[in-house]
Design a protein around this ligand. Structure first.
Ligand SMILES: Nc1ncnc2c1ncn2[C@@H]1O[C@H](COP(=O)(O)OP(=O)(O)O)[C@@H](O)[C@H]1O
Ligand SMILES: O=C(CO)[C@@H](O)[C@H](O)[C@H](O)[C@H](O)COP(=O)(O)O
Length: 472
């Protein structure tokens, strides 16, 4: 990691609020550059199944996300937390959480310093939410944005509530992504602040003039007062109002960022690098040339989207809805089948076994097209399995084919030939689904004709911290 030029922060806390887990990283500035001093990760187990949820809904319990965050911080050394001067926060994009601005959280003294708990806060409706059908989306006013609107995008979800449950919205006067919520609570922001990275992920945001499509939205009765203010990624949103987990009051908090941009920031050093991240979802990304501007309107059939990065730059990304979540679903299915056969097997014990079994099966004709969650550009095309031979039915064969299918699916969205044409020379691998799975790594190395270099499994948290070192 390169050090920041000139005087700046000495110890930064980076946080990533992911779909499966919360990660925290303490990054320190040394004479030789930036160093990861400590890190911690906790699964949130926040998936909510409460009755009355929208059909195809995917919601998470914010209480559980904040509990995992508090546990993560409690596990970091107090002495180092007391040195923290800046906090950088990233998280899952596209999703929306609503809260009442004067009752967003309750602070209390915990073991070491203060901690907050959500108070008048809705569930988080995540990027995986499927309540907005293609027919519903096409009934909405066309956005003036280069990003094609999809289900799970914040503004589409607000429209869904407006049309299906308007009273729900009346209980709240603020909204943001989960990472914007945490920043607002830490800094006691009355009006939430959002980076253009996350605003672009909500839909109805014009990245050229960095503003919401307020006129279009107002004409449709959209509650525009719920839209956050938008600021530049890398800027400071405010300062902590309490000694949070021992971090001194007054620590600077960066405007919340997108997790995939932070994963990229943690490792990308050359414009000839591509970044492959596999966590709950998966992304294959390259940076666009300096000065690139996205087209005025999106191509809804394209699998590649352009997202704001830092300093006006853009990333081209194949953002797949099918990443580690597909493997997690497979593991859940195996556990469920075992239970139905009268055996109790922990899911965490299944991962190492299926990975081990697949390591022994290098060659197989079995072919898995793994899109059980559809893709935004092809929502109706679900998964399929083909070339099933009687001798290739072991757990190892199926796990190997699943891992290969995941990587092939990403490369069908942003083909290797395209990467070569763009001058890519190296692939940087990030995300814990990749870090923890040697079979996936083998499949990545098999498909790319470039060297592959791996990061750690807290990449987005480290990236969020690094941004704070380099912010002005
Ligand atoms: N023990 C394990 N071995 C291999 N892969 C795992 C294991 N536990 C979880 N995973 C994978 O990691 C994914 C979650 O990665 P994580 O980085 O926590 O996600 P996020 O950043 O989205 O919160 C899961 O979907 C699963 O595929
Ligand atoms: O959908 C996109 C971008 O369009 C994703 O790449 C984006 O990073 C989202 O934040 C993820 O889907 C959620 O991230 P993660 O929890 O899977 O790491």
């Amino acid at each position: 990691m390169a050090a920041a030029g000139g005087p700046g922060p000495t110890c930064v806390l980076g946080i990533d609020l992911g779909t499966t887990s919360v990660k925290a990283a303490l990054v320190t500035g040394t004479e030789r550059g930036l160093a990861l001093a400590q890190s911690c990760s906790r699964e949130t187990q926040a998936h909510s199944d409460s009755p009355g949820e929208a059909p195809q809904g995917m919601e998470q319990d914010v209480q559980k996300i904040i509990r995992a965050l508090n546990e993560c911080l409690a596990a970091l050394p107090q002495q180092q937390l007391q040195q923290v001067t800046h906090i950088g926060i990233s998280g899952q994009m596209h999703g929306v959480v609503f809260w009442k601005s004067d009752k967003g959280c309750r602070w209390s003294e915990s073991g070491a310093g203060a901690a907050f708990e959500p108070e008048r806060v809705s569930h988080l409706v995540t990027w995986q939410d499927g309540r907005c059908s293609p027919a519903f989306l096409s009934s909405l006013p066309p956005p003036q944005s280069h990003v094609s609107l999809a289900t799970g995008f914040g503004c589409a979800t607000v429209f869904w509530y407006l049309k299906n449950s308007p009273d729900f919205l009346k209980a709240y006067d603020a909204a943001g992504t989960i990472q914007d919520y945490v920043v607002a609570m830490l800094c006691d922001l009355k009006k939430p602040l959002m980076s253009d990275q996350n605003a672009a992920s909500w839909g109805y945001f014009n990245c050229r003039n960095k503003s919401w499509n307020t006129d279009i939205l107002k004409k449709s009765g959209f509650p525009v007062h719920l839209l956050p203010e938008v600021g530049d990624p890398g800027s400071i949103a405010g300062r902590t109002t309490c000694a949070w987990h021992g971090i001194p009051k007054g620590a600077k908090v960066g405007i919340a960022l997108g997790d995939f941009q932070c994963s990229v920031y943690s490792c990308l050093t050359e414009r000839t690098d591509a970044v492959l991240n596999i966590s709950t979802s998966a992304q294959l990304t390259i940076s666009m040339p300096l000065g690139f501007q996205p087209p005025e309107a999106p191509d809804p059939s394209s699998a590649v989207t352009y997202f704001p990065y830092f300093n006006g730059d853009y990333l081209a990304v194949a953002a797949s809805l099918n990443g580690g979540n597909v493997l997690a679903t497979f593991v859940g299915m195996v556990a469920q089948w075992a239970q139905e056969l009268g055996l109790e097997v922990e899911e965490s014990a299944i991962y190492p076994r299926i990975i081990q079994a697949a390591l022994a099966q290098k060659h197989s004709k079995l072919s898995v097209h793994p899109t059980i969650f559809g893709e935004r550009h092809l929502p109706e095309l679900l998964a399929s399995v083909s070339s099933i031979g009687a001798s290739e039915l072991s757990l190892g064969h199926i796990t190997r084919a699943l891992c290969r299918g995941l990587v092939e699916n990403l490369c069908s969205m942003l083909p290797v030939q395209h990467l070569q044409d763009m001058g890519v020379r190296r692939v940087l691998g990030s995300g814990s689904a990749l870090a923890k799975n040697e079979v996936l790594r083998q499949e990545v190395e098999r498909i790319f004709p470039f060297p592959v270099v791996y990061g750690k499994d807290v990449d987005a948290a480290v990236g969020a911290a690094m941004v704070m070192f380099h912010s002005k």
